[in-house]
Design a protein around this ligand. Structure first.
Ligand code: ADP
Ligand code: MG
Length: 242
């Protein structure tokens, strides 16, 4: 069953076409890796799915509901989607556990005690239990990004969108974040991730989509798209980055 179906997405910024009739389907428990040069539209696609950008054309369905319909309440949709950005955006004046419970408390109107218990359990599970009461500046970049992922998970999302979540990290901190994403996949989380980590995409993704100028130029199993690309533009991109 498809969790996410994007059809004919079109997005322009001031006359520049950034998404150009883009189609994408993500099945339940699938991990889809978006690859492509800087500026190819990966972040815009993820932002459109989370209703942070208005579409110029096309439709987005989440679990069969057309969430791109302007009558749909975006906050209700965002409760079902967890999004994590390159810059982890933790609130510096809030402790780790407060960062994690902020959304569940505000968005879901859950009780403080329940939200906090759930947050501590999630933090324990990813090995950050001891940091629950620390402030973000006491954590490494990798730990902060893992907290940002936990914060997105606190809403029990149907779908996780991860935008270059390791790009701002020192190389030695990348592994712990990738390991966490691997664990999420093992738990069956459906995810779309934009990444420059080709080795990781090959390892974790069920499907790799190569974006070029706002279109999916080539998509398929990682071994095929990364190992035997058929499109000249995919080959050119992979030659440049490997
Ligand atoms: P990627 O994530 O693949 O690097 P983006 O989706 O960030 O690509 O950007 C695609 C194109 O859209 C780029 O040319 C970028 O400059 C442009 N763009 C993205 N967001 C905006 C915006 N808010 N206003 C104007 N142009 C934008
Ligand atoms: Mg981007």
């Amino acid at each position: 069953m498809a969790v996410l179906t994007c059809r004919g997405l079109r997005k322009e910024f001031g006359g520049q076409v950034v998404l150009d009739g883009l189609d994408l389907t993500v099945d339940e428990h699938q991990v889809v890796a978006l690859i492509g040069a800087s500026g190819s539209g990966k972040s815009t696609l993820l932002r459109c799915v989370n209703l942070l950008e208005e579409l110029d054309d096309g439709t987005i369905e989440l679990d069969g509901e057309e969430i791109s319909d302007p009558r749909v309440d975006p906050d209700r949709v965002r409760r079902r989607i967890g999004m994590v950005f390159q810059s982890y955006n933790l609130f510096p004046h809030l402790s780790v556990v407060e960062n994690v419970t902020l959304a569940p408390r505000r968005v879901h109107r859950r009780g403080q005690a329940e939200a906090e218990a759930q947050a501590r359990e999630l933090l324990d599970r990813v090995g950050l239990g001891a940091k629950a009461d620390a402030y973000p500046d006491r954590l490494s970049g990798g730990q902060q990004q893992r907290v940002a992922i936990v914060r997105a998970l606190a809403n029990s999302p149907r779908l996780m969108l991860l935008d270059e979540v390791t790009s701002a990290l020192d190389p030695e901190l990348v592994g712990e974040v990738l390991a966490m994403i691997r664990d999420l996949k093992a738990d069956g989380m459906t995810m779309v991730l934009a990444t420059h980590e080709m080795g990781f995409a090959r390892d974790v993704a069920d499907q790799v989509c190569f974006l070029d100028a706002g279109r999916v130029v080539e998509a398929g199993p990682p071994a095929r798209v990364l190992g035997e690309p058929t499109q000249p533009r995919t080959r050119q991109f992979l030659r440049r980055i490997i």
